[in-house]
Write a protein that binds this ligand. Structure first.
Ligand SMILES: C[S@@+](CC[C@H](N)C(=O)[O-])C[C@H]1O[C@@H](n2cnc3c(N)ncnc32)[C@H](O)[C@@H]1O
Length: 175
């Protein structure tokens, strides 16, 4: 089972269309491959899709996109002009089963996986490279802002959408 594209996927996709042309792209947490496929269709220079869940490999193969099973950057080599991540960003809900929470929960607080991703990503970002990160108002954001400051990285909200009690945001992060 992998994550079926939802509002967060579509909000991020709009920015991938604008920013992937000619870029070496990494789609972290690719799921169905929606972001990787969008980058490919938008004339990205190269596209690599990564996910901890190996069940994604067959759908990515069908789409003709290179896939690697990896816990964040553990098996990813090289640097990228554009790193896309629609992460699991919600605080852990103990009522949710383990398989489903792998796609939705970023840890007990909700920010743990994102913090780990950002710490590792600077070693894989090309000069002038950017990260497109999907975040929610339900994700603790102060810790993320503090880490970005410590890493000397800039961030800007470039797109947002309200959905019931939640606001989704796309952050553009750069060195
Ligand atoms: C919210 S889904 C996003 C799927 C897709 N990119 C999209 O935009 O619809 C989050 C994805 O992150 C993956 N994921 C969770 N933990 C991960 C980790 N440690 N390393 C890599 N991928 C991870 C999940 O398997 C899931 O496919």
């Amino acid at each position: 089972m992998f994550y079926q594209p939802r509002d967060d996927s579509f909000l991020l996709k709009e920015q991938v269309i604008k920013l992937s042309k000619g870029k070496r792209v990494l789609d972290m947490g690719t799921g169905s491959g929606i972001q990787a496929e969008t980058a490919l269709n938008n004339c990205a220079k190269s596209v690599l899709a990564a996910d901890i869940n190996n069940e994604c490999s067959s759908i990515l193969k069908k789409k003709g996109i290179k896939f690697i099973q990896s816990d964040l950057f553990s098996d990813v080599k090289g640097r990228f002009d554009l790193i896309i991540f629609n992460p699991p960003y919600l605080p852990l809900d103990k009522r949710e089963d383990e398989e489903s929470s792998l796609t939705t929960s970023g840890g007990k607080r909700g920010d743990e996986l994102i913090l780990r991703f950002l710490k590792q990503s600077s070693g894989h970002l090309a000069r002038e490279g950017i990260i497109l990160l999907l975040l929610s108002s339900l994700t603790p954001q102060n810790s993320i802002k503090r880490l970005l400051k410590k890493l000397n990285m800039n961030c800007k909200v470039i797109s947002e959408k309200n959905i019931f009690m939640e606001k989704l945001e796309v952050w553009k992060i750069s060195n």
